[in-house]
Design a protein around this ligand. Structure first.
Ligand code: M6R
Length: 600
C-alpha cells in the first residue's frame, strides 16, 4: 500500500529517498519527497514515474538537506496524478504532510477549512491534515502539539508525518496504521515499515495508537496518549539473511516463481526435524492440541488460499474442526473458547487481518502469526510467530510466499498433531513423506510446464475469460490460479468447485472457453471435464499425479497430501505470467494493487 519515510539529520533527502526506494513495491501510483535545505528553503518533488525519478527533481545538492519526508502512494481517495501525490502542502508552503490510511471525515473537515479560507488544491483526504496543522501552528503550537490536536479531529486510520520546512522539525503520529522510529546516532528515521530502514539501524520503536513523536534540534520527544513521555520499547531489526530472488528473468516475479523449489527445501530443512518429536510446536509455545477445540485460519488473497490449504491439514490429518476465514469478514464470526487462530500474512501488515484480531474476545484464543515479516505489526500482536522463510518477495503477486506459507503451516500443524490422539497416524506418516518430496515435485512442475505455459499463453491471448475448477484439496489451488490470472492479466477468471459447474457456471462455457482443472486425483473430475468438453470448452488439466519415464506414463499414488496438490500452482503461476507478458502488463506491479494492504 502506501509507504512513508522521513529522516532528520545530515543528507536528509538522500536518506529518505534511499529508504523510500525500499518501499516502492508496496505502492507505486506516485511518489514524492519534501525536504528542508540547509539554507532554510524547501524542496518539493512529486512524480508518477517512480521513486528513482525523484532524484532529478531534487535538483541542486540533495545532500544539503536537514530534514525530509517521502511517500509512495497507492491511491484511495483522489485519482492518480502528480497533484494528488504526497507530500501535500499547506497554503503557505511551510508544512508538508505524508499519510497512510483513510481520513473518514475528510469531507466535513474540508468544508470547514474552505469556509475558513484555506485553498485546497487536491482531491485527497490527506490534504485536510496539512491545513488543520497550518491552523494549529499559526496560533503558536509546537509541531507535536499541533499534530496531536489535529489528530483529535480526525476519524479513520492514519500514520502521518509532518515536516516544518521553516524549522526543520518533524512530527509523527499513528492510529490503526503502522509507524516506526529508528535512531541511527547521526539522525532519526520515521517509516511505515521497518523494511525501509533495515540496512541502516539495528533496533526500532513502534508508535502505538495516538502516540506522537516530535523530532527537532533538541532531540526526539515521545508523547503517549494519557500523558506519559516514556519512549516505547526497542525491537531488534531481524537479521536479513535472505536475499531477493535473482535469476534469468528481468522481472522479479519470474525469478520468484523459479526459486520455489529452493524455498521449499529451506523451509523443510529448517522445520521438518521438529515434526515427529513435536519440538517445533512446543518451541512456539503453542498449547497442546488436547487443549484446542477448533482451529480458525484467517487471511486475505493468496495468504487466505495458503490458509485454506493449511486448514486441510488440521481437518484431514488432525480431525479437528477447522474453518478458514476471509479476514475482512471475520467481524461477523462467533468465536468459541479454546480456539487456535492462525493468522496468515506475508507482509504482516494487512489491515484486514489486524482488524480481525482486534475483534477476538480476550482470553478466547491463542494467535499464531504465520508471516514472512517477523518484525511486522502482526508478529508483534500474536502470541506466537513462525517465519515462513520465503525471503524478500518483490513482485506484488504472491508466489514463493504462497508455497512457503503452505509448507511452513503444514510442518507446524503436523508437529502439533503428531502426538494428538485424535489425529490419523497413517495420514500423518503419508504427509510427512510427501513433505520431503515437495521440492522435487515443484522442480518437476517447473520443468514440465515452462514451455507449455508459454505456448498456451500464445494460444489463449485473446480469451476474455477463464474458469478454474477443482474439488476437495485441489479447490484452493484453482482459486489461487484464478487470482494470479486476474491480478496479472486483468482478464476475468472465476474459480469454482467443479461440482458446482452444472449449477450455473457451465452457461459460461462456449467453443474454446479455457477451463483449467486442478486434478487432485478425484475421479469425479472426469465427469466435470466431460461436461466442459461436451460444450467444446478447452480443458487444461494441471496437477495430474502421473510421471512420464522413458516414454511410459506412470500413475503416482492418487491420494495426495492433506494440503493438496501444491505443485499444481506452478503451471498456473507460469501461465498467468506468460499471458500477462504477452499482454504487455507489468508483472511485478499490476495495476491498482499494492504489496502490503494497510487499509481495511
Ligand atoms: O501481505 P498479505 O499476505 O497479508 O497480503 C494479502 C493479500 O493482499 C495478497 O495475498 C494479495 O492477494 C496478493 N496480491 C496476491 O498475489
Amino acid at each position: 500500500m502506501c509507504g512513508i519515510t522521513a529522516f532528520r539529520g545530515p543528507s536528509a533527502a538522500t536518506r529518505a529517498h534511499e529508504a523510500l526506494a525500499r518501499l516502492e513495491y508496496r505502492g507505486y501510483d506516485s511518489a514524492g519527497i519534501a525536504a528542508r535545505r540547509s539554507d532554510g528553503t524547501a524542496v518539493h518533488v512529486r512524480t508518477l514515474s517512480g521513486v528513482a525519478a525523484l532524484v532529478m527533481g531534487l535538483e541542486r545538492d540533495p545532500d544539503a538537506t536537514t530534514a525530509a519526508i517521502g511517500h509512495t502512494r497507492w491511491a484511495t481517495h483522489g485519482g492518480v496524478s502528480e497533484r494528488n501525490a504526497h507530500p501535500l502542502e499547506d497554503c503557505g508552503g511551510r508544512l508538508y504532510v505524508v499519510h497512510n490510511g483513510i481520513i473518514e471525515n475528510a469531507d466535513v473537515l474540508r468544508e470547514r477549512l474552505r469556509s475558513a479560507g484555506h485553498r485546497l488544491a487536491t482531491d485527497v483526504d490527506t490534504e485536510v491534515v496539512v491545513h488543520l496543522l497550518e491552523e494549529a501552528v499559526s496560533v503558536g503550537l509546537d509541531l507535536g502539539r499541533a499534530l496531536a490536536d489535529t489528530a483529535a479531529l480526525m476519524e479513520g486510520s492514519w500514520a502521518v508525518v509532518v515536516l516544518d520546512t521553516r524549522t526543520g522539525a518533524l512530527a509523527g503520529t499513528a492510529h490503526g496504521s503502522p509507524l516506526i522510529l529508528a535512531d541511527t546516532g547521526d539522525g532519526v528515521y520515521l517509516a511505515s515499515d521497518v523494511g525501509a530502514v533495515a540496512p541502516f539501524v539495528s533496533a526500532f520503536r513502534v508508535l502505538e495508537d495516538d502516540d506522537v513523536v516530535d523530532i527537532d534540534a533538541e532531540g526526539t520527544r515521545w508523547h503517549r496518549a494519557g500523558g506519559s513521555r516514556r519512549p516505547r520499547g526497542l525491537w531488534p531489526v531481524p537479521a536479513i539473511s535472505l536475499l531477493a530472488s535473482s535469476g534469468r528473468h528481468t522481472d522479479h516475479m519470474g525469478n520468484e516463481i523459479d526459486e520455489q523449489p529452493i524455498v521449499a527445501r529451506r523451509v523443510l530443512d529448517a522445520l521438518s526435524p521438529g515434526i515427529r518429536d513435536g519440538a517445533l510446536w512446543n518451541r512456539l509455545g503453542l498449547p497442546p492440541l488436547e487443549n484446542v477445540d477448533r482451529v480458525a485460519v484467517l487471511g486475505c488473497g493468496t495468504s487466505l488460499h495458503a490458509g485454506r490449504a493449511l486448514a486441510g491439514v488440521f481437518a484431514r490429518a488432525g480431525h479437528l474442526p477447522t474453518r478458514a476465514l476471509t479476514a475482512s469478514e471475520a467481524g461477523h464470526e462467533v468465536w468459541e473458547p479454546r480456539t487456535l487462530v492462525v493468522a496468515m500474512s506475508q507482509s504482516g501488515e494487512t489491515a484486514d487481518v489486524l482488524r480481525a484480531l482486534d475483534g477476538l474476545p480476550s482470553g478466547h484464543a491463542t494467535v499464531l502469526a504465520l508471516t514472512n515479516n517477523t518484525a511486522s505489526s502482526l508478529a508483534r500482536r500474536a502470541d506466537a510467530v513462525i517465519d515462513c522463510l520465503a525471503g524478500p518477495e518483490i513482485g506484488v503477486a504472491a508466489t514463493k510466499t504462497f508455497v512457503a506459507q503452505v509448507l511452513t503451516g503444514a510442518c507446524v500443524a503436523l508437529s502439533g498433531l503428531w502426538s494428538s490422539p485424535r489425529a490419523d497416524a497413517a495420514t500423518l506418516e503419508a504427509d510427512f513423506t510427501a513433505l520431503a518430496g515437495t521440492p522435487d515435485a515443484l522442480s518437476g512442475a517447473l520443468h514440465a510446464w515452462r514451455d507449455r505455459a508459454a505456448e498456451l499463453a500464445g494460444d489463449l491471448v485473446t480469451a476474455s475469460g477463464f474458469l478454474f475448477l477443482g474439488r476437495g484439496a485441489g479447490l484452493v489451488y484453482a482459486a489461487e490460479g484464478a487470482l494470479k490470472l486476474k491480478e496479472l492479466s486483468y482478464r476475468w477468471a472465476e474459480p469454482h468447485a467443479a461440482g458446482e459447474l452444472k449449477h450455473g457456471p457451465l452457461a459460461l462455457v462456449d467453443a474454446g472457453t479455457p477451463v483449467f482443472v486442478v486434478d487432485d486425483g478425484d475421479p469425479r473430475l472426469d465427469v466435470d471435464i466431460a461436461e466442459v468438453q461436451a460444450r467444446a470448452g478447452r480443458v487444461i488439466r494441471v496437477g495430474e499425479r502421473s510421471l512420464r519415464v522413458g516414454g511410459l506414463e506412470l500413475q503416482l499414488p492418487r491420494r495426495g497430501p492433506s494440503w493438496g496438490p501444491l505443485e499444481s500452482v506452478i503451471p498456473l503461476q507460469l501461465f498467468a505470467r506468460e499471458l500477462a507478458l504477452r499482454l504487455e502488463r507489468n508483472v511485478d506491479k499490476p495495476r491498482n494493487l499494492a504489496k502490503s494492504v494497510t487499509v481495511a
